[in-house]
Design a protein around this ligand. Structure first.
Ligand code: NDP
Length: 599
């Protein structure tokens, strides 16, 4: 592999990047509100009328995804039983409640993605399970830990306010509830607010249109996993070719009269190699404590500086992590590197070359194959894994409409326009992703008011501030269950959520057992933690000057205060989890202050 080839590869990526830069950055997207509000509604569960709540709970948890049910489960195990989970959806599930598009599947191995497998005794059916099974597992946790009894579904929190006199939070909702909680916790997800592309004329389309996270089965026919029978006489457009499109396109390919996939940037399509889990193998493997061992092993393989001796998951993620590790060590097969071009670029080019070859081997039409080849550096976008997506373009009724990085030009009442050509369609499916880079309080839809009337949006105007990603000074008795400003973040999000959930449960249980009515992180402890949180300057420059636009780099603009990249400089991910385990296990909870009012 010559240095000249790597330089050409870098130059081609740079040229493709420039095509995609646009001055409006994340403002190019539209929220599902105003004239598009109907597209945000829940198509899955009927609403039930109920009276507003005016009572009191020990813990109110906002968000009924894995963060909520895991925190609920650990709180119950710790003896805190009076928990109310509030969610805007009609059931538990979070991401998996909303994302029910055909083919929805987790890209992380089920043994480590599905939490509490030992506790529930559940054996996943596949190495990478599909959406309905994940949704069911989330609900299984809800049932097993008795979290349904007090849950409020189809309920959107509109206000959270700390009362210094009563030392309670007041929770207000769009259904008129106004109840108090000793503790509140927020697990709202960070890819949970769907967005639409702000394509001129989008509001004029006269056919059916929906977002992948609100799949319209009433229109397409058949429930999840079915053959989408109503589409056999329809021309359907999919706009977007990210992870959601990659998973649903193969299902649409054989269902529609004609499927048109509108592409701005092709995704990396790695091998999936999904397979059933053999229950006998599972029974032998699953000795006590197995899931924690697997979680730790994956975290080590993904984040440790040194290559761990064993790789239990051994998939595309861990292979990628090991590739970067080797590249950084300069051990790429050809040693023709120079000081100017690091080993990572060689590794990147070699890997991309293999992915391009896969496209050529799979896609019969050479022109389509060429258009499906991504030209960007691998870390710029989350890679996807699929073994049927590329084959979908061999179905005669499927057509790729590439926009040469410019995106769809216009939408008319009849269809979609690219490069002056109008493609008439009956239905447009927006696989256009979720808001990233906007203020967390905007995505939440409410702005918590903490001590001294201070709003969270004010406190976080320059970006999130926390200790461990969980505790915020000035917001007593409130906890976050999410990874940002934490000590690590990698592909297996539920591992982060699980450690956060256990920590919140331990802190609340300690406060309850010691009759402390206020627990709060000190400003000093928060400062000390934040002193080590930040984005590596080299990585920041790479994202800003070399990465193709996307949600990881604020669409190629300055990262802004609400970037995804804000990790604590822990030596490795597992180290952070061990730190948290020791921190909560010591019972000292260093950095938090517990107060007990005189009674
Ligand atoms: P993405 O943000 O990844 O993709 C949005 C797509 O819409 C991109 O292809 C984007 O192109 C395209 N797009 C945006 N505007 C236009 C336009 N004007 N014209 C044409 N195309 C346009 O959203 P997804 O829902 O696919 O995935 C979001 C994330 O959700 C994933 O990265 C992943 O983290 C998670 N996810 C995880 C899954 C899993 O397996 N666990 C499955 C699905 C999603 P461009 O790339 O040029 O911006």
């Amino acid at each position: 592999m010559s240095r000249r080839k790597v330089s050409e590869h870098i130059a081609k990526n740079a040229a493709e990047r420039v095509k995609r830069l646009r001055p409006d950055g994340i403002d190019q997207y539209l929220p599902l509100s105003g004239g598009f509000a109907h597209m945000a509604e829940d198509p899955f569960t009927d609403r039930i009328e109920r009276e507003p709540y005016r009572d009191h709970v020990t813990v109110a948890f906002i968000g009924g995804g894995f963060a909520g049910v895991m925190t609920g489960a650990h709180l119950k195990e710790a003896g805190v039983t009076d928990i109310r989970i509030v969610d805007s959806g009609g059931d538990f599930g979070g991401t998996w409640y909303w994302n029910r598009y055909p083919g929805a599947q987790c890209d992380i191995a089920s043994m480590i993605y599905l939490p509490l497998l030992e506790e529930t005794g559940y054996v996943p059916t596949e190495w990478y399970v599909h959406g309905p099974e994940i949704l069911e597992h989330c609900q299984r946790i809800g049932k097993q830990y008795g979290l349904y009894e007090n849950a409020l579904f189809h309920t959107r929190v509109t206000g959270l306010e700390w009362d210094e006199t009563t030392r309670l939070w007041t929770v207000r909702t769009d259904l008129g509830d106004e109840f108090t909680a000793r503790f509140v916790s927020l697990g709202l997800g960070h890819l949970s607010t769907p967005k639409l592309p702000g394509i001129p004329g989008i509001e004029t389309f006269a056919g059916r249109a929906f977002h992948t996270s609100r799949w319209d089965y009433a229109y397409t026919g058949d429930p999840v996993g079915g053959p989408l029978g109503n589409l056999r006489d329809k021309r359907v457009a999919v706009i977007g070719t990210g992870a959601s499109a990659v998973q649903c396109v193969p299902h649409l390919a054989t269902a529609c009269r004609e499927l048109l996939v509108f592409q701005r940037t092709p995704s990396v399509i790695e091998v999936r190699n999904n397979r059933p889990i053999d229950p006998e193998w599972f029974a032998q493997m699953a000795t006590p404590g197995w899931q924690q061992r697997w979680l730790d092993n994956y975290a080590a393989n993904m984040t440790a500086k040194e290559q761990p001796a064993e790789d239990l998951i051994n998939d595309g993620w861990t292979a990628m992590a090991s590739m970067w590790r080797n590249a950084e060590e300069g051990s790429q097969p050809d040693s023709d590197t120079s000081e100017e071009i690091g080993g990572e670029y060689y590794a990147d080019m070699e890997k991309m070359g293999r992915l391009h070859a896969r496209v050529d081997e799979t896609v019969e039409d050479p022109r389509t194959a060429e258009l499906l080849k991504p030209w960007y550096h691998l870390p710029c976008k989350r890679m996807t894994f699929h073994d049927e997506y590329l084959d979908a373009y061999n179905v005669p009724t499927v057509r790729l409409v590439d926009t040469d990085g410019k995106g769809v030009e216009r939408i008319t009442p009849q269809g979609v326009v690219v490069d002056g050509t109008e493609y008439e369609v009956d239905c447009i499916i927006y696989a256009s992703g979720f808001e990233v880079g906007t203020a967390p309080t905007r995505r939440a839809g409410f702005d918590p008011v903490g001590r001294d009337g201070r709003r969270l949006s004010e406190y976080w105007a320059d970006g999130m501030r926390t200790m461990h990603g969980l505790h915020v000074h000035g917001f007593p008795n409130a906890f976050l269950v999410q990874p940002l400003t934490g000590g690590t973040r990698f592909s297996n999000l539920t591992h982060n959520l699980s450690e956060a959930a256990k920590t919140v449960a331990a802190v609340v249980a300690h406060a309850v057992s010691t009759e402390a009515d206020v627990v709060e992180v000190t400003r000093q402890a928060e400062d000390a933690w934040m002193g080590n949180v930040g984005i590596d300057p080299e990585w920041r420059t790479f994202l800003g000057t070399e990465c193709t636009p996307g949600y990881s780099n604020n669409e190629g603009m300055d990262l802004g205060p609400h970037s995804l990249w804000d990790e604590h400089e822990f030596p490795d991910g597992l180290g952070f989890f061990q730190h948290l385990q020791e921190w909560r296990g010591s019972g000292e909870f260093e950095g938090l202050e517990f107060h007990r009012s005189d009674r």
